[in-house]
Ligand binder design. Sequence first.
Ligand SMILES: [Zn+2]
Length: 343
Amino acid sequence: MTNAPGPFSDRYSRQELFAGIGPQGQAKLRGSRVAVVGCGATGSSLVTLLARAGVGNIRVIDRDYVEPSNLQRQSLFDEHDAAESMPKALAAAKKISAVNSDVHVDGVVADLTPANANDLLGDAQLILDATDNFETRYLINDFAVQQNIPWIYMAAVSAYGLTMNILPHETACLSCVFPAAPQGIVETCDTAGILNTAANFVASVGATEALKFLVGHTDKLRRSLLSFDLWSNDRSEIATSKPRADCPTCGAHQFPYLAGEGRPHITLCGRNSVQIHERHRPISFPEMEGRLSPHGRVKHNDFVLKFWHDDYEMTLFPDGRAIIKGTTDTAVARSLYARYVGS
Ligand SMILES: [Zn+2]
């Protein structure tokens, strides 16, 4: 049975008519399990496309909350989510449940780390990268190559997009193509801006590759690093059909990102902010509000607590993780955290 009887029984009829999917492919999609890491612009589009296409189990992992500047491109969120600072992973799961109650979206509010990678990614058939940073991408690459789980690299900034399918030990991995993360100033959405169309384009290409993989048409998967600029119409493709013989990751099986070597517990997360995620300390928001309110304005819902002090804005999550805005100085962020939350 592909469709349950009922008012939505022909939900997938147009997709089943497509020869590459068919009723058998549709049944496979329903039984599929994917993980989407990051739920910004690319992640929003990916989750929407895959959920509407009937991919049965989607885990969405995101560490951030919705802000007004997200609404131009992050298509799963609305003004209410931004006003409430809703965690993106939870807002995404809620939105999708209204779009397709046939699929299960598991929203996880967390930073992907070496410690939780196996719990969050270990049961996925396919991992989709919708993150905005190379540290997380190399962690995904280490985990995926070690566990032999295919993944799709996607990136979008400005009018530009990049994507590559990684089939461990069959095609090139991320380290084969980019042996080291770019050094120095890297353009981000916070510096170079971004067109919503660039993120949607890269998500459309990646979601299509995901569908091919999940229905078993692996012969149709693109084996190249594809890049395009929607504004200039420049486009290029680099073959990635073979792993590099001297690759430390897929060749020599070295997984430094998974081992967490040198991983800082305090990270810069763009847009003039610092993330502190060194300890898990369950936090009671009502108790914390009582403690913080003599020192500044405090507001909380069930998911996040916000605290404004001088020029800083601290957002606390229930597991003790914090994002501190208004500084890129990790020492300042650490001291604020220690002073008001605890060291
Ligand atoms: Zn490699």
